[in-house]
Ligand binder design. Sequence first.
Ligand SMILES: [Zn+2]
Length: 274
Amino acid sequence: MFIKPCRGLLMSLFDKSRKNPVTGVVQPHWGIDYGNHADNTIVASASGTVRIAVNSTTGFGKYIIITHINGWETVYAHLASINVKVGQKVSQGQLIGVKGTTGNSTGIHLHFEISRGQWSNSYKYHVDPALYIDDPDVRHLQQSLNKLGYSLTVDGIYGAETTKAVLDYQKKNGLTDDGVAGPLTVAAIEKSIAAIITATTNNQNNENGVRYLNLADWQKKETAEVYKFAREKGIFSSAEHEKNVLEGKMTVDQAIFLMTVIAGAALNDGNRIQ
Ligand SMILES: [Zn+2]
């Protein structure tokens, strides 16, 4: 029912028992935060009617609450600007505002909440939004972690299993173990995958003398064949992602990373030559 309301990595998770690191006082985080991104537009996560659109300088800052079917509500806080009015009907995916850092906020992000009833500050209806959103970035993360030996279901849901895998990876790699796959953790994971590819390329024979397919071999393959493999393995996060790749609308870094992931999948799959 709900879609990701903006671009950007998950920077902070839903946590009913989150403690203020300084005071130790429990300050629950009743939503999730999406970080800054080149595209900071925000869309309605589901169709509904705008119940609240407020220009505040405290708390949520500029924020919107939309009421959906069965009385569920979504909250979009700390916006730079609001594009909708109270009472306005919005459809899923419709532009409603732009990410910002208004109110009680220290940097550009979207604070997003889902309430399975009318939003109230008793928080009795609040649910973890990450469990309701199929996030393309989370799919990429799950695929990448699987290349490193984890066995996650690639569903785009940032749930207990994914959090556990991220925590495990962070602990083993000397990163802050907060279970959040922010830019540092994501970069480290990509580096780990690249290291595996390099090691495999430099030492291609396993104990049985079987040479495994490596990145260079993949790059020599026909482009279409690689894309076909990627499609079969679910490496494309969406039809749009696939289309962008096929049309060459990728940065060099994105293309290299995609190749790395494809090669990693091939290795995991035990695809062999010779
Ligand atoms: Zn937040």
